[in-house]
Design a protein around this ligand. Structure first.
Ligand code: CUA
Length: 300
C-alpha cells in the first residue's frame, strides 16, 4: 500500500501548495497595489459577481469529491485483508510486542514474515492501548485491551523495517520498538523450523489447554450436549438465545471464553464459568486456533 498512500499524500500536498500560492500571491499583489495612499484606481470593484462565486464553489467541491473517492477506495483496500492472508497473533503489553505464528513460533519485538504474501495481524493488548505501527508499510492500528483489532500488509522487498508503538502507553513507551524482518519464502520456511520453533503449533497448544481446563467435558459431540459442539463452528453463523445470529470468529470465541454468558447460543443454559483470570491472552489465542482447526474448510 505504501506507494498508493504516498501518491495520495503527495497529491494532497500539491493541492494545498497550489491553493496556498494562489491565495498568497493574490494577497501580496493586492496589498502592494491597493495599499493606503497608492494611486491605483479603485473603480469597477466587483460585488456579488455570480460567475466567480460559482467557480470558486464548484471547483473546490469537485476536487474534494475526487479526494473523497480516491481515499475511500484506498481506505477500504487497506482495511479489508485478502481472504488468503496468513494470520499472525500480536499481544501488546507494557512495554513489548509478543507475537505468535500459527506454526507455534513465538517472538518478542520481532516479526518475521515472508515476502510477497499478505499477512493479517490479529492484535490485542493485555493492559493499556498500544498502537502497532510499521512506517515503511504505511500501516498503523490501535491495539486495544478486551478486543481484537486487525490490520494487514504484503511486504514487497526483503529487509528489516522499524516497528513502533505509536500510542503513548506509559514510562517506557519509547522503548516499545522492534523490527519487521521480511524474508524470501524459502528463508522464512527455514526460520519457522529453527530459532524460535517450539515444534508445537498454536492449535496443538490449544488442544492441550482444551484438555487441561476440562473444556472437553461439555464441548464435545457425545458429552450430553451441555455445551455447543465446536467441530465445524469457526466462521459459521451461530444462532443466539436472543434470536440474533453472529459469526463465530476470533472475537466471538474470545468473548465466549472470557465472558461466556455474554452471547449464549440458543438452547443452552449459562453453565460455563469465566476463564478470565485463568488464561493468558496467548492461551486464549491458542484456544481460538484450536477451535479453528476443528473446521478444516476454513483452516488456512
Ligand atoms: Cu505501547 Cu506506546
Amino acid at each position: 500500500m505504501a506507494s498508493r498512500v504516498d501518491a495520495l499524500f503527495y497529491f494532497l500536498c500539491a493541492v494545498s501548495l497550489v491553493f496556498s500560492l494562489i491565495v498568497a500571491i493574490g494577497v501580496a499583489f493586492s496589498a502592494a497595489r491597493y495599499r493606503k495612499g497608492s494611486p491605483a484606481s479603485r473603480k469597477g470593484a466587483l460585488h456579488d459577481y455570480l460567475p466567480i462565486e460559482l467557480v470558486w464553489s464548484i471547483v473546490p467541491l469537485m476536487i474534494a469529491l475526487f479526494i473523497f473517492a480516491w481515499s475511500t477506495r484506498l481506505f477500504f483496500d487497506m482495511r479489508v485483508p485478502p481472504k488468503n492472508a496468513m494470520e499472525i497473533y500480536v499481544v501488546g503489553k507494557q512495554w513489548m510486542w509478543k507475537i505468535q505464528h500459527p506454526e507455534g513460533n513465538r517472538e518478542i519485538n520481532e516479526l518475521h514474515v515472508p515476502v510477497g504474501r499478505p499477512v493479517k495481524l490479529i492484535m490485542t493488548s493485555q493492559d493499556v492501548i498500544h498502537s502497532f505501527y510499521i512506517p515503511a508499510f504505511r500501516i498503523k492500528q490501535d491495539v486495544l485491551p478486551g478486543r481484537y483489532s486487525e490490520q494487514w500488509f504484503e511486504a514487497t522487498t526483503p529487509g528489516e523495517y522499524h516497528l513502533f508503538c505509536a500510542e503513548y502507553c506509559g514510562t517506557s513507551h519509547s522503548g516499545m520498538i522492534g523490527k519487521v524482518i521480511v524474508m524470501e519464502p524459502a528463508d522464512y520456511e527455514k526460520w519457522l523450523m529453527s530459532a524460535s520453533a517450539t515444534g508445537i503449533a498454536m492449535a496443538a497448544n490449544g488442544a492441550e489447554l482444551f484438555e487441561r481446563y476440562g473444556c472437553r467435558t461439555c464441548h464435545r459431540q457425545d458429552s450430553g450436549q451441555r455445551g455447543p459442539a465446536l467441530d465445524g463452528l469457526f466462521g459459521k453463523q451461530v444462532k443466539l438465545a436472543g434470536g440474533q445470529t453472529i459469526v463465530a470468529d476470533q472475537e466471538y470465541i474470545r468473548e465466549s471464553i472470557l465472558n461466556p454468558s455474554a452471547k449464549m447460543v440458543e438452547g443452552y443454559a449459562p453453565l460455563m464459568p469465566t476463564y478470565k483470570n485463568q488464561l493468558t491472552h496467548e492461551q486464549v489465542n491458542q484456544l481460538i486456533e484450536y477451535v479453528r482447526s476443528l473446521s478444516p474448510t476454513t483452516a488456512k
